[in-house]
Design a protein around this ligand. Sequence first.
Ligand SMILES: [Zn+2]
Length: 423
Amino acid sequence: MGETTRWRRVKKHLSKIRIPLLTLSILLVLPQLLTSTRLAAQAATVPGSDIEVVDSTASYVFGQEITFSLHATAEFAIAECYLFYRAKDEDLTHTVALDFTRSREIDVTHTHNLRTSPFSPFISIIYWWQIGDEAKHKLVTDPQSLEYIDDRFEWNALSGGGITVHWLDGQRDPAFGQTALDIATTNLPRINVELQAPIPEAIHIYLYDSQEQLQSAMQLADREWITGQAHPEMGVIVIAVTSQDGYGTQMMRDIPHEITHLLICQTVSRDAYHYVPEWLDEGLAAANETLPNSVRTIAMEKAQISGDLIPLSDLCVPFPPDPQVTTLAYAQSASIVKFIRDRYGAEGIRSLLKAYAQGASCSTGVEQSLGLSLSGLEMTWEASITPNAEWKIWLNRGGFFIGLLGLGLLLSIPMIGFRRSGS
Ligand SMILES: [Zn+2]
């Protein structure tokens, strides 16, 4: 992980030509090696090169800028220098040609403006340099990593089972971190029994103390995040635990919820994650919370009574911002997921995710994996939550046709009378 396709290709290519390269290297480099031992140990070099990286660093001011610096020397004047950097696991690589005066020793810096081109917090930024001298020697350094953390705060950390929990230093006691870690380590395998996702090498959970702190971090990253949000494609979860006394209760809801998003993303892959309909992604996450949510239960009961359930097709896309509608959307989605689990088992859930991983649309995913249309799924689910009311739903859905039938009957009565009188 963390290497570009390009870098992998370079390595693959190098491994293929390793033996001829080695022979050539000995012949060409030996005389120079006798007089100079300055070859950079960590760098990939072209034979004959003695370009050396004295220092390569990156530092940042959170939400403002990242500064990359390089100090390099060479036997011949350095003629070109490029900096490459990108967020780990992202495809977009920034490439910068550094401006400097040709010399056997260079000090260059590049400043990346995070206000105009932000990176998400809590990710790794990978960077490397390419340096060439006037004699056409070239050196490509190994990728280095910068951990871009919200360093406006001091963080405590506690690790176990491949998960690291981070919380604000001085705000909470060690029991806070331990509770979060225990909830995460118990729920990850529990949730994955159903999803069977490849578990990321490392999962990091960052716990802010207030919604404002989390929001400000996300605004600096130009992202709109709500209560708790996973950065699933990067193995990062960020949550604001606002409750002081009952924090365990909130963690039992939010941590399994966000772990579910992360595992769904792992199951279908980062590139296909956007194909997973909202009702399935949020429904699984809400259904995996370890404590029932009475607000959602009430919202759904009310909507059932008033006939205001949200059509399932409206839940394929991101939920509307209206908090009341969102609560109902979560409640319905969780209920539909539980219904699918009961009827089709974990196999049904995995089959749905497989269809979306292959790019199925919201409705074709349901058709391919459950053998039902989206409205068929909606009808059977509605019937399941309305005991002894299959006929009501049938009536509701069939109302138009029943009306037509009734109208037909009404129209046919005078005609029958006319026939009789005429006969
Ligand atoms: Zn969610």
